[in-house]
Design a protein around this ligand. Structure first.
Ligand SMILES: [Ca+2]
Ligand SMILES: [Ca+2]
Length: 294
């Protein structure tokens, strides 16, 4: 094990049983390569990982045409931008993913007692989700509706999203709004909220005033705390929160990932975004949400 010539088709983390499939023991030298030519990283990237319990942090990239199975009672964090195209099985302990990189065509299963912890604060698309043995082929799942199998700030979208999820949402829910009023930047209800923002925000409706869904600010403490609720199913957007002490200069904060940004999953299919900005010398601050399509 652990030599650079070894080939694999399934990465097993946290097992003491495995043969050619297992990180058993933790690689000590060279680069581990899977059968698809992708890499599992180097010994240093698995540093701190413990085989028997499947715990530690892997900072490299798991790639190639392989599946990944997490066993053992520990917490295994994968902090890199993984690109493996196979399935993901969490059979024991906690598998914590820092990025939304599960393959769209893959199956993800989380066994009874095991946990998939998503810390990326966004929505990851997969083909099939199995929780406690129950198979789901559609829906959005997060900490609020997974019976404890999913924790953290991220969500899983199960199924095949349309090529343009915004356009599909518009045409399905608001067929009476036609071009050019159905475009992302249009505002047919004149509530000051472009359609693409209406699509993202929980409660957004491009045919009726939706100002109650806009970000709010709490300035009662030492910080300005901006918050808004968004639909986890509203995939395919890039969000930037902008703030400034006047209406001419703006500081950009990426959502998720930016400084002071937290995302939680308080309700089924809904994510709460908070942006915390220290008051400093400011007695007031303007904030606005920018939403674009990548
Ligand atoms: Ca509008
Ligand atoms: Ca509206």
């Amino acid at each position: 094990m652990g030599d650079s010539a070894q080939s694999f088709d399934n990465l097993l983390i946290g097992t003491t049983i495995g043969d050619v499939d297992a990180i058993n023991p933790t690689p000590t030298a060279g680069t581990w390569t899977n059968t698809a030519g992708g890499e599992w990283g180097t010994a240093s990237q698995w540093s701190g990982s413990t085989v028997a319990t499947g715990s530690g942090t892997f900072s490299g990239t798991v790639s190639g045409g392989i599946s990944l199975t997490k066993t053992g009672s520990g917490i295994q964090t994968l902090s890199g931008t993984n690109s493996y195209t196979g399935d993901t099985m969490v059979d024991g302990g906690i598998l914590s993913l820092s990025g939304a990189n599960l393959a769209d065509s893959s199956e993800v299963s989380v066994a009874s007692g095991a946990v998939l912890n998503l810390t990326h604060g966004t929505t990851d698309i997969v083909n099939t989700l199995v929780l406690d043995g129950t198979i789901y082929t559609s829906g959005v799942f997060n900490a609020a509706n997974s019976g404890g199998r999913i924790t953290g700030s991220g969500s899983i979208f199960v199924g095949t999203p349309p090529a343009d999820p915004f356009a599909s949402w518009m045409s399905t829910n608001y067929p009476a709004i036609v071009s050019p009023n159905n475009q992302p930047g249009a505002d047919p209800d004149n509530d000051g909220i472009p359609n693409l923002v209406e699509y993202l925000l929980q409660g957004g409706n491009p045919s009726a005033s939706s100002t109650g869904s806009l970000p709010t600010v709490n300035a009662s403490g030492a910080n300005f705390i901006f918050s808004y609720f968004r639909r986890a199913a509203a995939t395919g957007t890039t969000q930037t929160f902008q703030y400034g002490s006047n209406l001419s200069g703006w500081t950009d904060v990426a959502v998720p990932g930016g400084s002071g940004v937290t995302v939680t999953a308080p309700e089924i299919g809904i994510e709460k975004v908070e942006i915390i900005i220290a008051k400093g010398a400011n007695t007031r601050l303007f904030g606005r949400l920018q939403v674009t399509q990548p």
